[in-house]
Design a protein around this ligand. Sequence first.
Ligand code: FES
Length: 123
Amino acid sequence: MGVINVIDQQGKLHVLEAVEGWRVMEIIREHGLPIKAECGGACACATCQVEVAPEWTARLHEMRDDEEDMLDSLPIVTDYSRLSCQIIYEEELDGLELRLTDASLPDTMPSGASSNIKAEATA
Ligand code: FES
């Protein structure tokens, strides 16, 4: 176990408990934060797009071609853009910092999290 630090689209920081082997997208979604993730992690929609903190980008595994192709198809990306479904949480990523983007906002906000892992929100 460890944590990831997620800043939502309103600028609020959430410290989320993370489970090894889970996709970062799944961790975010499980805690009920707004992330569309339309294709469920198949690298086919880019609605799980996040901005990774610059100091963390080099610590992530390199993008596979399909992730890079998907990001290349988007109108707005930065050097720090990644698809959160393509980042598998592991112990080395304890403390990972990232920001949710407006591109990942669901059409409707989640009605409530069915979370079985603990979320802690800080201002
Ligand atoms: S959930 Fe669709 S690309 Fe990540």
